[in-house]
Design a protein around this ligand. Structure first.
Ligand SMILES: [Zn+2]
Length: 253
């Protein structure tokens, strides 16, 4: 076991490292993994803080669907956030436009431009979840799932606009001490998420962060979910995209 793997294991203990959630899935560190440079790490920390401030300012639900241009305007106009620096903008561009195969991610590109905007008219807010789904098949599938599996299943992540996916990707790189390759195995890089166009995640009420681990696959809700002939799981075991098994991620097609 090398130092990084050891640190990774130690990081499972929340008391020793508050960056990690007790349930977080930690991919093994490979010799070929690409890490942020020292300068990028500094930028990552400030960028992540600034995006979090925007999220607090506009609210969790709004942050799921807000486009980048609006995020930049909000940051500039609120003195307690402050405008994004050139380094932060460049780093977001890099994470968005990079070819992720060098990080071991082989999924399909979903969104071409970092300025991609979701039309509010195409979305529906789902109850008290703070999440949105696209009208049409996604929301129809979700409602069918609730009807067929029961009220203990819940939407844990719906539509994610680009800033939201960048924010989640940064969180993951941060929690993995700058390992971009490791992060790309547990979350799609910003231009590559199906959450931007139709997919969504479900979980069991009360399971918390365990909903984003294989714990979810052990629940009755999951067992009933996979019996439904209209439900597909996007990232199955050993998928070609290079993503970990995600039993919670519903493929809408
Ligand atoms: Zn997902």
């Amino acid at each position: 076991m090398n130092r990084r793997q050891f640190m990774g294991l130690m990081a499972c203990v929340p008391l020793l490292n508050t960056k990690m959630f007790a349930y977080e899935t930690i991919p093994p560190v490979l010799d070929t993994d690409i890490f942020t440079t020292k300068d990028e790490w500094k930028t990552l920390v400030s960028l992540r803080n600034r995006l979090n401030k925007v999220k607090n300012h506009i609210g969790y639900a709004n942050f799921n669907v807000v486009p980048l241009d609006k995020v930049l305007v909000v940051a500039k106009s609120a003195s307690r956030i402050g405008q994004f620096t050139k380094d932060e903008l460049d780093f977001m561009d890099k994470l968005f436009y990079d070819d992720p195969t060098k990080y071991g991610f082989y999924g399909k590109k979903i969104i071409d431009y970092i300025t991609y905007e979701i039309d509010e008219k195409d979305t529906v807010k789902i109850g008290s979840t703070g999440q949105y789904l696209f009208k049409g098949k996604p929301v129809e599938d979700y409602n069918r799932i609730i009807k067929d599996v029961g009220r203990d299943i819940v939407l844990t992540s719906g539509i994610r606009a680009i800033p939201k996916q960048i924010s989640l990707y940064l969180d993951k790189i941060y929690s993995l001490d700058g390992n971009i390759s490791g992060a790309s195995k547990v979350i799609a890089p910003p231009a590559y998420t199906y959450h931007a166009i139709h997919d969504f995640d479900v979980g069991k009420k009360g399971l918390g962060a365990g909903n984003f681990t294989e714990e979810f696959a052990k629940t009755e809700e999951f067992k009933n979910l996979v019996k439904l002939n209209y439900v597909d799981i996007r990232y199955v075991v050993d998928n070609a995209d290079g993503v970990i098994y995600e039993p919670w991620h519903i493929k809408v097609s």
